[in-house]
Design a protein around this ligand. Sequence first.
Ligand code: CUA
Length: 206
Amino acid sequence: MSSLRDTHTGLDSPKGTWWVPAHRTEKTWVAIAFAWCMVLFAMMPLWHYKGGQNPAGIRGTVDPKAYMKRTMEFTAAYKVGEDHGIPIVEPPVGSDIYLAAMTYQWTPILKLRQGAQYTLHISSLDVNHGFSLYPLNVNFQIIPGYDYGLRVTPTEAGDFRILCNEFCGIGHHTMLGRVIVTDPSGKEVTQNDAARVLTAREEVRP
Ligand code: CUA
């Protein structure tokens, strides 16, 4: 028993001045850290309303097969051309438009009009993918089984690329899509620099 008593158990305070009241400097820093936490906490709801970067709040569960069917109907109704076998679709201004992500492509190619608002539905037919619109700072995670409706208004005419930014398999790096934005009269503008860079990248695809 005596040997147990000699052992420090953690229940007894160690000897010496191991504990002293917090110094004023320490208290100040804890107060600063706490105040900053409160600022960040307040920014979450504030930015939701003021940030202008949040999804429209339209979302629901969807059967991937039903989503594919809807996308194919949409494609058949407004198809205006093809690029490397991927249909180009020019939907009416203001309508609901559909984009499907699958390993390893985006379909269809959307041809939109500058200044017009659309409700862009996005879903995945298989695994998680990431929607990013090059060269803009747009980023959205796409999960199978969910239909997200994003209210989008293209502000710039040009030829844009969709990159998958979520690792989805061996062909992830080849998962490129395309969005064409015409000028407000419906005319295609000459390719912007971003498109030229990415077209070059597409040409080196396996
Ligand atoms: Cu799809 Cu990475």
